[in-house]
Design a protein around this ligand. Sequence first.
Ligand code: ACO
Ligand code: AKG
Ligand code: ZN
Length: 471
Amino acid sequence: MCPCQNGASQPVDNSEMVQVPLNGATNVNGTNGTNGNATANGSANGHANGSTRPFNPYAPRASDFLSNVCNFKIIESTLREGEQFANAFFDTKTKIAIAKALDAFGVEYIELTSPAASEQSRRDCEEICKLGLKAKILTHIRCHMDDARIAVETGVDGVDVVIGTSSFLREFSHGKDMAYITKTAIEVINFVKSKGIEVRFSSEDSFRSDLVDLLSIYQTVDRIGVNRVGIADTVGCANPRQVYDLVRTLRGVVSCDIEVHLHNDTGMAIANAYCALEAGATHIDTSVLGIGERVGITPLGGLVACLYAADPEYVKSKYNLPMLREIENLVAEAVEVNVPFMNPITGYCAFTHKAGIHAKAILNNPSTYEILKPEDFGLTRYVSIGHRLTGWNAVKSRVEQLGLTLTDEEVKDVTAKIKELADVRTQSMDDVDTLLRVYHSGIQSGELAVGQKEALDRLLKKHRGESAQIA
Ligand SMILES: CC(=O)SCCNC(=O)CCNC(=O)[C@H](O)C(C)(C)COP(=O)(O)OP(=O)(O)OC[C@H]1O[C@@H](n2cnc3c(N)ncnc32)[C@H](O)[C@@H]1OP(=O)(O)O
Ligand SMILES: O=C(O)CCC(=O)C(=O)O
Ligand SMILES: [Zn+2]
């Protein structure tokens, strides 16, 4: 199990890897590595413009006047879209645990399954509304008065109304034309508004809908005072440029907020969410680990990683980032999946550095190869050294952590031995530490000098023999 995952079951076993925890604070040169700005020679990172803030190439530019990259809200839909994930079954207790965890993390909205889906769904919706969470509670319904009547009785803060507008869905799902859709949307929106709660209108399958149809229905619902309109990439067919264009166009047509719901069928969901914000979207739908229909939607953790890269301070001020791992583990367990190894932030080894070139630079200044700071997420950085891609700088750092004294020449010599051994098999932390200690005591006692490979092999054999006897 990777030491950075503490308790989360992981699909890959790297128990043989040597990992040097860096304690998130001190690098080999004794400079403070936690803020990512201090460098090995003490210079600050990227202050070319004379400001006190470090230069961030990912931050929105002044020219991005529409951008909401630093001003957005999350509509967390694990308990609605996430329940549509093939593996998902959330009992009431689990729903409450997830809702409380998301609330403690700080999401602005929690979206729940339609109370029209089943009697238990309705009861759960009422139960979650009674929890008194800070997050606003929404439920998600068809554009139909029967569903709306049930929804407004649950105690929710708002209702998300959806209906398909593409020809596919108009023909093969509900069979209604645009005139009927518009008339019903007006009726449902007015009804929900009359109850004094928020209402959002969304067109399902927006990217395969006729643009004129879309803009005209959005304009209509905006005029009657809908709180938000939603664009949905229901089949995950859109690319970032298409998302930007559609949101940008819509931004010029409606004055209400704009929500986006983006499926991940082609792996674009995070990039598409980012582009939606750049174009002026105000609300992004997410689910924990991205769970939802098929491969799901924009994952909460991935979106947070992406937006943190743009403006770490803004994202840190809004969300309790160290809770992310706990929430992902909670949901992963509930739906019986592992956290994917390449998951942003919490993935197996997301903050483990391996190659010698990387390790040296990371030890001098973590910003060289890290855009996210593990300590902001309550996580720890590791450097892995028990392999053939290691380098003497990383080994030196371990030597120092063990409190051993070796010259650079000696560290290079023992590094060559680690590589020789790792050419046969990856070395565990214990293997490497033992080698370093045996090497160090050989040097201290005078039994060993740089380059004396046979003497080192003899000492190692002797050590193993002694260990075997003790065992
Ligand atoms: C893209 C999305 O993810 S949208 C959200 C999906 N969420 C859900 O489906 C929630 C869970 N669903 C359910 O529990 C059920 O499907 C229910 C309760 C909503 C409806 O169940 P049923 O009445 O048995 O209908 P069924 O599911 O077979 O078909 C959907 C019905 O809704 C209609 N419909 C589909 N989408 C919409 C819509 N957005 N607005 C209004 N009506 C719609 C269809 O025409 C169909 O009506 P029909 O009874 O005339 O055939
Ligand atoms: O309500 C919405 O905006 C989206 C509904 C949905 O889940 C989808 O279209 O994929
Ligand atoms: Zn969806």
